[in-house]
Design a protein around this ligand. Structure first.
Ligand SMILES: [Zn+2]
Length: 328
């Protein structure tokens, strides 16, 4: 564990908002920067300390992250997302998906005629990509992959930035490999959302200790500017993330409000070893009964710009970011 400062404004020593014991790691403190509101773990686990928390259960019992029905829904949503994010890009445009997971979004981009490069932590094999000649997946951190500068038209960090040890360096590297005027889309959980406020340490998207950073619209915008981007639009609604975030957080609270157990989420991932049939049935009932009201609440919190996630669209500024040299 090592002490860190706020990546958006370099300030050190924010006020602790959540302190909890994580088995296998010890005491974890989430602090908030007094200047920009960024949340981050301080001290922060080193890469080798966090690695065990990405063991196979994180990716689901069958190695595909979720059970079959959910997997089909995820593929459909990836296709829709790819069409949305690539709107207006010329045919054959190049896309970088940082932390591409199982490569599903890259596949969707390839199906639309775009060429994609993904990065993913070493040891994670993307599924079923071998036949796709328009997709290349590089193992390891974006900052160490040595990509040619200025080659991408679109960069995507889809619920990834909060997992990275140095989000500023990763965004600066994205700025370097994007062409001037290129598009960057970053989606992260929103620490300023109503669901984060209402459910505190039970908040599903807290995901301790894997989420090392927690953004607010202001602190994400500050970080993107520092890395060389002009933020053009910040949205808050994600059908994929927000209603489920409310439902699982509420269930965590009902379950005692201690460390989130995310039982429903684990069931959807197929991590049901040891669970009784009655437990699996209860999870299914909670999902189908809980999702309609959760969707309504998620829509309302997004309408007042306090939705569970932040989706920022930014443009790579023409000049090199002023503090890139100094920050490295
Ligand atoms: Zn700050």
């Amino acid at each position: 564990m090592r002490s860190v400062s706020c990546p958006a404004c370099d300030r050190q020593g924010g006020a602790a908002v959540i302190e909890t014991d994580v088995p296998g790691l010890g005491k974890v403190r989430l602090v908030r920067c007094a200047r920009c509101g960024m949340g981050y773990l301080d001290p922060q686990p080193e890469p080798d300390e966090i690695a065990p928390f990405y063991a196979s259960e994180y990716y689901g019992g069958s190695g595909t992250k979720f059970v079959a029905t959910v997997e089909r829904m995820r593929s459909a949503m990836a296709k829709r997302r790819a069409r949305r994010l690539a709107r207006g890009l010329p045919p054959g445009a190049r896309v970088l998906d940082v932390g591409c997971g199982d490569g599903r979004l890259l596949e969707a981009f390839a199906a639309l005629g775009f060429r994609g490069v993904g990065t993913e932590r070493a040891g994670r094999r993307p599924r079923a990509l071998t036949s796709q000649s328009d997709i290349e997946v590089l193992a390891g951190d974006l900052t160490t992959t040595g990509l040619e500068p200025g080659q991408f038209d679109l960069g995507v960090f889809w619920h990834v930035l909060e997992h990275l040890h140095d989000p500023l360096a990763s965004l600066q590297e994205a700025a370097r490999v994007l062409r001037p005027g290129g598009r960057l889309v970053v989606a992260v959980p929103n620490l300023d959302s109503f669901q984060a406020r209402w459910t505190g340490r039970s908040w599903f998207h807290l995901d301790l200790p894997r989420h090392l950073f927690h953004f607010t619209p202001g602190s994400l915008t500050a970080l993107l500017s520092r890395a060389g981007f002009r933020v053009e639009h910040v949205g808050h609604f994600s059908f994929e993330q927000n209603p489920f975030g409310i439902l699982q957080s509420a269930l965590n609270r009902l379950g005692g409000g201690g460390a989130p157990v995310n039982r429903l989420y684990e069931t959807l991932k197929g991590n049901t070893a040891g669970a009784r049939a009655a437990g699996r049935l209860a999870a299914r009932a909670a999902y189908w009964l809980g999702m309609p009201p959760a969707t309504l609440l998620a829509t309302l919190e997004s309408l007042v710009r306090r939705g569970g996630t932040i989706e920022a669209w930014a443009e790579r500024a023409g000049d090199a970011p002023a503090d890139r040299q100094e920050a490295r």
